[in-house]
Design a protein around this ligand. Structure first.
Ligand code: CA
Length: 227
């Protein structure tokens, strides 16, 4: 679950990012509207937290441009006191929710879950299932029958992404953009390394789930009953 935080109050932005990371969210932060829009337009985020009063480009303009560009990522406006009219205008322009500052992390997480669940993008309370395995994306626990492993955050995000895209071949580039971030230095080798970690854990569980990548055509989960 990738969250983009667009907020120019650096201490607030960093505190929010840190609190969300503790809850296993992946976070990126932009401190002005222009950079925020640029990042948001990549479409790799599951949710965007958007301040209204921002340098370079205000939050409502960022939101309008995003929606005009067809980016449907859920947006939660972070609003200050006295921005009641802005909240209303924001909801009109396609924001999914707003949260008055200051707010508690639990409240923020609840709103994130609510807006992403509406879009069908979030599964925190559900076990994701494929073949004979189950993955809990919050606790990072991968199970098969009565055996289980705790994955690293990156492994869990990667497996979650593969499960969500069941039946679709995902190129290394797509996976890097989604899991590592569009501005990361990750390369095919990083993807291969993580796929190999996951394959080892699947094998150690005796799972019939395999990560296929026939002739480098892209990664996809496959399932055949274990031998
Ligand atoms: Ca601000």
């Amino acid at each position: 679950m990738k969250v983009l935080i667009v907020e120019d109050e650096k201490r607030l932005a960093e505190a929010v990012a840190q609190n969300l990371r503790r809850q296993n969210f992946d976070t990126d932060v932009s401190f002005d509207g222009e950079e925020g829009l640029y990042n948001a337009l990549t479409g790799v985020y599951d949710v965007i937290l958007l301040d209204i009063m921002l340098p370079k480009k205000d939050g409502l303009s960022v939101l309008s441009e995003l929606r005009a560009d067809g980016v449907a990522t859920p947006v939660i406006l972070l609003t200050a006191l006295g921005e009641v009219e802005d909240r209303v205008r924001g909801l009109d322009k396609g924001a999914d929710d707003y949260l008055p500052k200051p707010f508690k992390t639990e409240e923020l997480v609840a709103r994130i879950k609510a807006v992403t669940r509406r879009r069908g993008a979030f599964h925190t309370d559900d076990l994701l299932a494929f073949g004979d395995i189950g993955l809990n994306p919050l606790s990072l626990v991968l199970t098969r029958g009565d055996k289980s492993f705790t994955l690293t955050q990156k492994e869990s995000h990667l497996l979650e992404y593969l499960i969500e895209n069941e039946g679709i071949r995902l190129s290394a580039d797509t996976i890097i953009e989604k899991i590592w971030g569009y501005d990361s230095d990750a390369e095919d080798g990083n993807v291969q390394a993580y796929m190999s970690f996951l394959r080892k854990k699947l094998a150690a569980l005796g799972s019939g789930v395999r990560i296929g990548n026939v002739r480098g055509s892209g990664y996809m989960l496959e399932y055949g009953a274990p031998e």
